[in-house]
Design a protein around this ligand. Structure first.
Ligand code: CUA
Length: 327
């Protein structure tokens, strides 16, 4: 190959590689990491991306050079020369990608193993998924509708589902796992950035799927201890006399409009004009298919609230809904 050709191929390669790099760097493909696990996932992502940009630059340069250099003249009707290929080239373009793909596999396997390894003494939090809400239970048996994590502390989440398959994902934490009825799955997270994020359900789990979100807060160790103390003393966990908190933690507002709670979802019927008194409200919570509001289908609302709510919580919720009727 002549020197001029090599220079041209190199120029094409640099142009293609630069364009691909600009797309890779300027578009925010990943959320800003907030966990050690996400840092490793990011590393895998960039390791793979750099390899891909290199291969893309080489292939694009070869194509651009060939298209321009070997272009037939408009009046040239002859067949091309009968070339059989090039064994040396074929070995090279098989061997190099094989090595690169193997490297990506090894890096991915190491990251997967490290991201599963929670270390000796993790904080354990039980996550319960249910159409269409998340519940978090801390080691001292405090429960909350939002996830609160201390900074730099490895956490082992155990995921359960009371009804259908849900999936736990916080984009900034990177890690994701399904919550499957009947089995227990786990997820390791080590938060590295103080802030507020969203738990997103990423498995289509019913009409309220899109509303199945919860807050995650990463805070200092001291703030976390204070949060637990507050919750334990009844500051946040719905107790027997706080229907509003039960409404929030059970996820009612994900599907129903209710003015006193400031919710306006329309998956299920509005709760603002309920007729039939407290008995009807109670029945509709524990056995939602007994009486269906006009225009709404049965089998959408979970029928597990008589199990997932305590009697006191249920009483408080019924009272709250009943008090909120405009009359
Ligand atoms: Cu739960 Cu989608």
């Amino acid at each position: 190959m002549r020197r001029g050709s090599i220079v041209r191929i190199t120029i094409y390669g640099v142009i293609a590689g630069t364009l691909a790099s600009v797309v890779a760097v300027l578009v925010p493909w990943l959320p800003t990491s907030a966990s050690e696990e996400m840092d490793r996932i990011e590393f895998t992502f960039w390791f793979t991306t750099v390899i891909c940009i290199g291969i893309f630059a080489i292939v694009a340069a070869a194509i651009a050079y060939s298209v321009l250099k070997f272009r037939a003249a408009d009046d040239d009707e002859r067949d091309g020369p009968p070339i059989h290929g090039h064994t040396g080239l074929e070995i090279v373009w098989t061997a190099i990608p094989a090595v690169l793909v193997t490297a990506i596999s090894i890096v991915s396997a190491v990251v997967l193993a490290k991201n599963d390894d929670v270390g000796g003494n993790p904080l354990r939090i039980a996550v319960t998924a249910q159409q269409f809400a998340w519940k978090f239970e801390y080691p001292d048996e405090t429960t909350s509708g939002s996830l609160v994590l201390p900074l730099d502390q490895p956490v082992k989440l155990t995921l359960r589902s009371l009804d259908v398959i849900h999936s736990f994902w916080v984009p900034e934490f990177g890690q994701k796992s399904d919550a499957v009825p009947g089995i227990e799955t786990t997820l390791t997270i080590t938060p590295t950035r103080i802030g507020s994020y969203s738990v997103v359900c990423t498995e289509l789990c019913g009409l309220g799927h899109a509303t199945m979100r919860a807050q995650v807060q990463v805070m200092s160790r001291a703030d976390y201890e204070a949060f637990l103390e507050r919750e334990a003393s009844g500051g946040g966990e719905p107790s027997g006399d706080d229907g509003e908190a039960v409404f929030a933690s059970a996820g009612c507002g994900g599907c129903h409009a209710f003015e006193p709670a400031g919710t306006d979802a329309a998956v299920g019927p509005s709760l603002d004009e309920l007729e039939g008194g407290e008995e009807f409200i109670r029945e509709s919570i524990v056995d939602p298919n007994a009486v269906l509001a006009q225009g709404y289908q049965g089998g959408v609302m979970p029928n597990t609230y008589d199990k997932s709510l305590t009697d006191e919580q249920l009483d408080a919720l019924v009272q709250y809904l009943s008090d909120g009727q405009g009359g």
